[in-house]
Design a protein around this ligand. Sequence first.
Ligand code: NI
Length: 392
Amino acid sequence: MPDFYSEAKKLFAYSQAIRRDLHQHPELGFQEVRTSGIIAKELREIGLEVTTGIAKTGVIAMIDGAKPGPVIMLRFDIDALPISEQTGADYASQNPGLMHACGHDGHVAIGLTVARLLNEHRDQLSGTVKLVFQPAEEGAGGAETMVKEGALESPAPVRCLGLHIWNEKPLGWLGVAAGPVMASAATFSVTLTGKGGHGAMPHQTIDPVVAAAQIISAAQTISSRNTDPQKACVISFCSIHAGDAFNVIPQAMEMKGTIRAFEPEVEQMAYKRLDEIVRGIGAAMGCQVEISITNITPAVINDPQTTSAVKQAAQTLLPDHDLDERGRFTMGAEDFAYYQQKVPGTFFFVGSTNAEKGLIYGHHHPKFDFDEGVLPRAAALMAGAAVELLKS
Ligand code: NI
C-alpha cells in the first residue's frame, strides 16, 4: 500500500485551493455547471478519460490499473445549499443566498485528490476505479438520476464507496462501520378538514386544530411505544399551518414532517402506525383526513466485506486515529443509498470539527466550516480503501 496520507499531505495546497475556490462559487443541485467544468478540466489534465453531462452536471472518469481486475466506484457529491453564509471566511460564498454548508466543496477536492493519488499508482492497481462526481445530493434526486442515466453501467462496478466529512466529530475521528450508518428518510403530509366557525362558538364547528394536537401527541408513541427500544425511529412534525385570525376556528389544517429509521421493518411499521393514528384520531374528532407518506431515500446500509477494506486502509494509513466502528452514526439521510441498492458498498465518515479554531458548527448551519486537515485524511482513506478493495 502506498503511503497515501504522506502523499495527500503533499497535495494539501492543491486540495485546499480547489476547496476554497468551490466554496466561493457554490451552485445548487443540477446547476453545478462551473463546478463540473472544473472537475472535468482537472481530471483531463491528469490524463483521465472523462464523461460529462450525466444527470446534467455529473462527471465520470476512469482510472485503469495496469493489471486486470474488478471495477469499483468512488462517489463524491458536488452541490451546495440555499443558505446565506455567515462564516466571515476569506473564501466565503460570492453567490448570494447560496453556500457550501454541507462540505461537498471538500468532497470535490477530496475526489480530485484521490484521482491524483490513484493515477500516480496505476501500476499497482489491479482493476478499474470509476470516479463518480454526483450533482444534487441535497434532496433533488441526484443519485437516482445518475443511476437512471447509466452511472452503474459500462463498466458496471462490483463495489462502491462514498464518504462524508463529518462536523459531528473532531478531526482525527473516523466512522467506519458495517450495517446501518445513516437512516432512511420519508416525508409525510396530512390534511384535516373540519368545519370552520366563530372562535367563541366551538360547539358549532369541527376544530381541526384540536384534532391535530391529539394526533401530534399520539404520534410520539410510535417511537416510544411501538419501536423496539434498541432500535431507532424519528417522527418529526416540521410544518403546521391552520387559520389566519385570532377569533376564527379554521376549516382545515395541514401538517408536514419526516420519518427516519435504520431498518426497513421499523420504517414500514412507522408508516403504518402514523397512517392509523392520523386516520383514527382524525375520524374520531369528526374530521375528513388525507394522508400521504413517501419514501425519499433508503437507509445507508454498509456491506461487511467492503467495510473491512475501508477499515484495513484506516488502520494502515491513519493508525493513530480514533476508529469508531459502532455504526448508526446519524438519523440524517444520504442518497448514496441508491447506489447501495444495486451495488454493495460502504459509506464512511471523517471527523472535521476543531473547537480550538472555532470550527464547531454542524452541517447546514450558516456558520458551517470544517478543519481542512480533513482533506488529506479523507483522500488518503478513500484512495487506500480503493486499493484494498481491488485487492480483495
Ligand atoms: Ni452532505
